[in-house]
Design a protein around this ligand. Structure first.
Ligand code: CA
Ligand code: CA
Length: 448
């Protein structure tokens, strides 16, 4: 069920105060709260992934990683707004068992079992399905469910986990193409797999000398010109391992080397275009204090695969690290010291001007003195030196321990993105439609 809130909660840094409106108007509101559908258990909003295809914007919202059940929403458009969940029965255990991943991956188009084309699918966790072997579970809008293969060792571990309710938690990411490649990280086994397409089988992403505990806790794959840059995070070692993968059904991933940062480096990854004069996507990497942005074309030029140690940030080639952003406070949103800034990241065009913005979750912040209510920080980042927070959003109905900002996704709505974020503490999610810097012509009706 959806409660429509006409309570915009936007702490504008420009005027140094925030404002809210409470109304029972049911017209399209600047913030829409998604309540937990009855079929989904605890932790609704712990993770989420957007998918856009043929002008539709879908959003999969997870319950707690390692458990079952997620819900699919259609984010809608200006003229056909968001409605109740399309389904609250994704990642069900009814057909053989499913453990949700810490992240899921959008597969707008793929080829499923028996060569049938499948649409609007998600790789969302680990499981098995009646006649399918245990592996990565793929589920589609039309409820087609199947698994794709993993290594024999992982397969038996997943099977054992399903029998004993001891989940292995997978991290998943796909690139931006309609029929994307998929990356899966299994940190318990320091293993990461790359699938050129979901029906193409996997190749292992092997980082010979430096692989270690936690390798695969986070993953990201992004398209750079005619190949993919894959980042496999090992936050326990404050490092990311980078691979270049050419197209083809049986590619040989090239190991580019590893980069070590400050404490918590690689705990969250995201990618997407931001800067007008950087023609390729940036890779965003959070540590415990800040979010660093890297030029993916420069990272693809790294030639450090034979090094026995990870490169330090200082030893990266000039231009590889573009800029970094940090937590900030307003009158209403406080607590950078315990903010968990960087717990989630997303990149998209929230103001419809063609370039990208970075949004960062800070679930530990207090909002209007409500502790750990959580907030999300917008960075317009018109150029790398422009690192000021542009907008800082929270919800007027915040409760203590909500942890809004635990997860983030950029969902397509008309000609721009809207920001979806999880509020797992109270089993809700929010969609923010109206950044403070949205041009008036794009916000008509909802944002004025
Ligand atoms: Ca923009
Ligand atoms: Ca921008």
């Amino acid at each position: 069920m959806i409660a429509r809130w006409f309570a915009l909660a936007s702490g504008s840094l420009l005027v140094g105060c925030s404002w809210g409106r409470f109304d029972d108007v049911t017209a399209d509101a600047p913030v829409v709260i998604l309540d937990k559908p009855s079929g989904v258990g605890a932790g609704f909003g712990s993770a989420m992934t957007a998918l856009s295809h043929d002008d539709r914007g879908l959003l999969l919202v997870h319950g707690t990683p390692g458990h079952s059940k997620a819900a699919l929403f259609d984010v809608g458009t200006g003229s056909s707004p968001l409605e109740d969940a399309l389904s609250d029965n994704f990642c069900t255990s009814e057909t053989g068992g499913c453990f949700l991943g810490s992240s899921s991956a959008a597969i707008p188009l793929g080829v499923g079992p028996s060569g049938k084309e499948v649409l609007n699918c998600y790789a969302l966790g680990l499981g098995e399905k009646l006649d399918n072997q245990a592996g990565i579970l793929i589920e589609c809008e039309d409820k087609t469910v199947f698994t794709i293969d993993v290594t024999p060792m992982l397969r038996s571990e997943i099977q054992e986990g399903l029998q004993n309710a001891l989940p292995e938690i997978v991290a998943l990411s796909s690139d931006e193409r309609e029929e994307p490649a998929l990356v899966a990280g299994f940190d318990t086994f320091a293993t990461a797999l790359y699938y050129p397409k979901i029906d193409a089988g996997f190749v292992e992403l092997d980082a010979p000398q430096t692989k270690g505990p936690g390798f695969g806790r986070t993953v990201n794959v992004t398209r750079v010109a005619d190949r993919n840059l894959v980042a496999v995070g090992a936050p326990e070692q404050n490092s990311i391992h980078l691979f270049s993968v050419e197209d083809g059904d049986a590619p040989v991933p090239a190991y580019l080397g590893c980069v070590r940062g400050d404490d918590g480096f690689a705990r969250t990854l995201a990618s997407g275009p931001i800067f007008e004069d950087v023609a390729v996507p940036v890779l965003a990497v959070a540590d415990l204090e800040q979010v660093l942005l890297f030029d993916t074309a420069e990272l693809l030029e790294l030639d450090a695969g034979a090094e026995s140690e990870c490169l330090s940030l200082a030893s990266l080639p000039r231009g590889a690290e573009l800029t970094s952003v940090k937590c900030g406070e307003t009158g209403a949103v406080q607590g950078c010291g315990s903010s968990d800034f960087g717990a989630s990241l997303a990149i998209g065009d929230v103001d419809g001007d063609g370039d990208g913005e970075l949004v960062v979750g800070a679930p530990g912040m207090s909002a209007r003195d409500v502790s750990k209510a959580g907030a999300v920080a917008y960075f317009d980042l018109e150029d790398p030196a422009d690192t000021q927070i542009t907008d800082l959003k929270f919800i007027a109905s915040a409760e203590s321990g909500d942890r809004l900002g635990t997860s983030l996704a950029m969902a397509r709505s008309d000609s721009r993105h809207v920001v979806a974020t999880g509020i797992p503490g109270s089993g809700r999610s929010a969609i923010f439609y109206c950044p403070s810097f949205l041009p008036a012509r794009l916000g008509a009706g909802r944002c004025d």
